[in-house]
Design a binder for this molecule. Structure first.
Ligand SMILES: Nc1ncnc2c1ncn2[C@@H]1O[C@H](COP(=O)(O)OP(=O)(O)OP(=O)(O)O)[C@@H](O)[C@H]1O
Ligand SMILES: [Mg+2]
Length: 616
């Protein structure tokens, strides 16, 4: 008995309608999803001409009987859904019965399929939606679908296709995504005889990430482990458990676009504004606002909690409890970031690498760079402190002295466990300052350089937020009230946030037409800076109240005050002050970056030092 049925009009009409096949990558996506739904453990993809000339996807899944193989090309023919009720509880990647007929209508398609328990298989040939051939054949078990000349009968669409390289990059990204979500399966992607991705089954996502991106990328990531949160149940309902796993990048890794964010909901790759927002919120005040992290996140929940039937390409979802999911993701990622307290490493001069085959990540990097001019897979920490870099780089290279025999060998077992974390800050011994701006300190695990301004900024930022929450901020009374003249727009913004200004330590009151008198300001801010600070805060309110929550505005205001009140660069500090700064920084929640996202400390690890002196 066949398994595929045609959906009734009632069900078919409830399915998000629209374009299924927009470009070659959409074909690959649909075929890959079908293979995964068919229980395949091995999926091979072969393409030519960026997928326009050829896309072939072969799997070792359950295959199709002859009747099903023919029925599969009818619209709304699916084995995965039968009633409208099933739409509320979808656990397969496909459910509409739209993909194969859509692909078959814009290409020349060959389906070869055989269920493993059948002796023979079936070949179906389709061209421009018409069935040309259907016959029995001796085939290997599983399914192979070959799509040639995509859009050959849709000249308008063909014109809009991008270069072969861009199309191939999209396909490569897609195969990568699915391989990440299915570490227990084997994936192979080849283009015109070249292997682009080949991954064998592994035991965990962690191993798969390592396989796909390589060790360097892997080291820049934080493993979230398994995080769970139960949604309180309604009357008579079971509590709903949400689970999040995956990896996020350390704050030093900053991307210029969202291309390195991979989100999966119940193993389905999606683009979701809610989850993207939650991720940005987790990195708020840790990386600059225009930057994005790398993230590979798998959210799992009961299928009834998420509606996948909202977009024709099945790339968007809608959560029943959007706020709950948003906060769960934000808190989980933030907790992991805070717990790790990671630090920026000082970049070492590149070392000669033994010639090797271009790793997959570099290959896609090349493809995507040329396609979009935007880096995708590189993990170079952004060191924004140019001065710190210059000081190190401009040093004249020293002639290398012969190493005395006795010091020559440094048995590797003597190399102490290297701490990657800023928790080591508390043990640092300040040695002095460079340019009266950067503290140089010796630690158990290497040499550290700390930007004194941003370090103090982080300390004050957290202090202000804590005091603000407890309702007792530190203020300074001004000898003379400061009269500040506002523009009409600033007056509007001021009225909106007057309460917030009072809460962070301003004592201000109206003083005639569009003028305020400031009688007290947050402690630590220099008298000359107060007016500028007020304007800066009004600007934040103007810019951010439109898109951010009040909580975010509060954090931004605290960041501004902290910046104004913090020790400046070019300021000599005595030993006691430096010790106090490092000790207090170690006690903060996020000693790794300032509230604007810049790194606070750079570390030249002991391992790097040993390497630099050729001792390991
Ligand atoms: N690789 C495959 N192995 C086994 N059966 C398959 C395979 N590809 C497709 N099928 C069968 O053909 C049917 C139609 O596939 P199609 O992709 O058109 O629809 P769908 O997967 O059910 O829904 P959607 O349109 O959302 O992808 C599937 O329901 C499945 O039964
Ligand atoms: Mg499908």
């Amino acid at each position: 008995m066949g398994r595929i049925r045609i959906l009734s009009d009632e069900v078919a009409n409830k399915i998000a309608a629209g374009e299924v096949v927009e470009r070659p990558a959409s074909v690959v996506k649909e075929l890959l999803e079908n293979s995964l739904d068919a229980g395949a453990t091995r999926v091979a993809i072969d393409v030519a001409g960026g997928g326009r000339r050829l896309i072939r996807v072969s799997d070792d899944g359950c295959g199709m009987l002859r009747d099903d193989a023919m029925l599969a090309f009818e619209r709304h023919a699916t084995s995965k859904l039968s009633s409208a009720k099933d739409l509320l509880n979808i656990s397969t990647l496909g459910f509409r019965g739209e993909a194969l007929p859509s692909i078959g209508s814009v290409s020349r398609l060959l389906l070869e399929t055989r269920p493993p328990d059948q002796l023979t298989g079936t070949i179906v040939e389709i061209a421009g939606a018409k069935m040309i051939r259907c016959e029995e054949a001796a085939l290997a078990p599983g399914t192979q679908i070959t799509v040639r000349d995509l859009f050959y009968n849709v000249p308008a669409r063909k014109k809009f296709l991008r270069s072969d390289e861009t199309k191939l990059a999209h396909i490569a990204r897609l195969a990568t995504h699915y391989s990440l979500a299915n570490p227990d399966k084997r994936f192979l992607l080849t283009s015109e005889g070249k292997d682009l991705l080949e991954v064998t089954p592994v035991g965990s996502v962690r191993d798969r990430v390592y396989q796909v991106f390589g060790s360097e990328t892997f080291e820049g990531l934080i493993d979230l482990g398994v995080r769970e949160r139960a949604m309180p149940a309604g009357d008579g309902e079971e509590p709903k458990l949400f689970r999040l796993r995956g990896f996020v990048s350390r704050p030093q890794i900053q991307k210029l676009n969202r291309n390195s964010i991979y989100l999966f909901v119940n193993r389905r790759l999606i683009r979701d504004r809610l989850l993207l927002h939650a991720l940005s919120a987790a990195y708020h005040n840790l990386i600059p606002p225009a930057c994005f992290p790398f993230a590979l996140l798998f959210l799992e929940c009961n299928a009834t909690e998420v509606d996948v039937n909202v977009h024709p390409a099945k790339t968007e979802v809608r959560f029943r409890s959007a706020t709950f999911v948003h906060d769960f993701l934000r808190d989980s990622v933030r907790e992991a970031l805070i717990a790790t307290k990671p630090v920026s490493a000082i970049p070492l001069p590149a070392r000669a690498q033994p010639a090797a085959q271009l790793p997959y990540s570099e290959f896609t990097q090349k493809l995507e760079d040329s396609a979009w001019q935007a880096p995708v897979n590189e993990f170079v920490p952004v060191i924004r402190n140019e001065a710190a870099r210059l000081d190190l780089a401009e040093e004249e290279p020293q002639p290398r002295l012969p190493v005395p025999e006795t010091h020559g060998a440094f048995p590797p077992e003597l190399v102490p466990e290297l701490s990657e974390s800023l928790t080591a800050l508390a043990d640092l011994r300040p040695l002095g300052q460079i340019h009266d701006s950067f503290i140089v300190a010796a630690g158990r695990d290497g040499l550290w350089i700390i930007d004194q301004h941003v370090a103090h900024e982080r300390i004050l930022f957290e202090k202000i937020l804590k005091q603000r929450a407890a309702g007792r901020v530190q203020m300074q009374a001004l000898l003379m009230p400061l009269i500040v003249q506002l523009t009409p727009a600033q007056q509007v913004d001021y009225d909106r946030i007057a309460g917030e200004l009072a809460a962070v330590g301003f004592d201000a009151e109206p003083f005639g037409h569009r003028t305020i008198a400031v009688k007290a300001a947050p402690a630590g801010v220099g008298a000359g800076d107060i007016e500028r600070l007020v304007f800066e805060i009004l600007e934040i309110a103007d810019r951010e109240l439109r898109k951010l929550s009040m909580d975010d505005v509060r954090r931004s205001i605290a960041a501004s005050i902290a910046c104004r009140a913090a020790i400046k660069v070019n300021m000599p500090l005595d030993q006691g002050k430096m010790e106090w700064l490092l000790k207090t920084l170690a006690e903060t929640e996020c000693p790794m970056s300032c509230p604007h996202g810049r790194p606070i400390a750079l570390r030249y690890s002991l391992r790097d030092i040993l390497r630099g002196f050729h001792r390991i």
